[in-house]
Design a protein. Structure first.
Length: 288
């Protein structure tokens, strides 16, 4: 009887939900094809210090869909996580980023750049992740000391011991760690002293609200102070205005990423950006 009722409820058909399920399945199929055909690209967003020097970049995956145009990572990364495609996607991103790092190492203008790569929880938790990183570093001949993984808080709370051990194994290859989107998770701060993190990235929602809200300013000030007292670097994400940058600088945050400096760029355009940035940095040094 209960079984019959269950079957009956399934007959109540929700066209909206059905459309969403179909669209998701189509997107998944398209993502599979895009991965197989090597149709994704990586763009690189400059990370800038208080002296205007570009110290590194964050690799951000881009997908230009044949019919739909650009699809935001916010749409397809969660899908890739849910379906397990993130393993393949993540491997591709890592390999691509390391190839680029090795290429940059051969030119004086780019040899000093660090590369930040987003690693999703499912990818990080995979038992083969460390071996995979080691093999990519070996094959691309990229310097692991220039590589930094951006992790999110969710990962760190679930299995602190396992995460710490994995981070240590990667650290042995020179890899560093940033905690992405800091302040948006719900976790305790205990992991900050237990995990070998190098950097905290202040989430862009806090940066965006600077100048609008005194409480928000207090939070940003506190994050910067927390990072400093724990001996961690601190970088602000989503810096769009000089006023935001000035506030952050006054409070002691000396590393930034955001549209004020540059959007993410294809590798070739990044080279042009670096040439211009070097010029303006040397100009401002001369002025001061
Ligand atoms: P995220 O790691 O926090 O990356 C920063 C995001 O903020 C990027 O969005 C970047 O384009 C955007 N952004 C940078 N500066 C500004 C700014 O000044 N203003 C505003 N409004 N936005 C800014 P994007 O590229 O759309 O990526 C969104 C998220 O998707 C990333 O957030 C990251 O969580 C994920 N993602 C991107 N690429 C990868 C990848 O290769 N692997 C994984 N696992 N996740 C990725
Ligand atoms: Mg990131
Ligand atoms: Mg972020
Ligand atoms: Mg984010």
């Amino acid at each position: 009887q209960a079984k019959g009722a269950g079957r009956n409820t399934l007959r109540f058909f929700d066209p909206g939900l059905q459309a969403a399920v179909t669209a998701r399945a189509a997107l998944e199929a398209d993502l599979r094809v895009a991965l197989a055909q090597n149709a994704l690209t990586l763009h690189y967003q400059p990370q800038v210090d208080a002296d205007g020097r570009v110290t590194g970049v964050e690799a951000l995956v881009r997908w230009q869909h044949a019919e739909r145009g650009d699809i935001a990572p916010a749409e397809f990364i969660p899908l890739a996580e849910d379906t397990g495609l993130i393993m393949q996607l993540g491997r591709w991103v890592l390999r691509q980023a390391c190839f680029q790092l090795a290429r940059w190492a051969q030119h004086p203008a780019t040899a000093g750049l660090n590369m930040a790569v987003n690693v999703s929880p499912r990818q990080f938790r995979h038992p083969d992740f460390v071996a995979q990183c080691a093999s990519v570093l070996a094959r691309t001949r990229a310097d692991g000391r220039r590589l930094k993984f951006e992790l999110t808080e969710g990962l760190l709370v679930e299995d602190m011991e396992g995460t710490a051990a994995k981070m240590a194994a990667l650290q042995a290859h020179g890899v560093g760690f940033a905690l992405d989107d800091f302040g948006t998770g719900y976790s305790s701060l205990a992991y900050l002293r237990r995990l070998p993190l190098d950097q905290i990235k202040i989430d862009q929602s806090f940066v965006r609200a600077l100048g609008c809200d005194a409480n928000n300013e207090a939070i940003v000030r506190t994050i910067i102070g927390l990072a400093k007292s724990l001996g961690l670097q601190v970088m602000a994400e989503g810096v769009e205005t000089a006023a935001q940058r000035d506030f952050l600088l006054r409070e002691g945050c000396r590393d930034y990423q955001g549209y004020l400096f540059s959007r993410s760029l294809p590798a070739a355009a990044l080279a042009d950006y670096l040439a211009t940035a070097a010029l303006s940095a040397s100009t401002s040094t001369r002025q001061s």
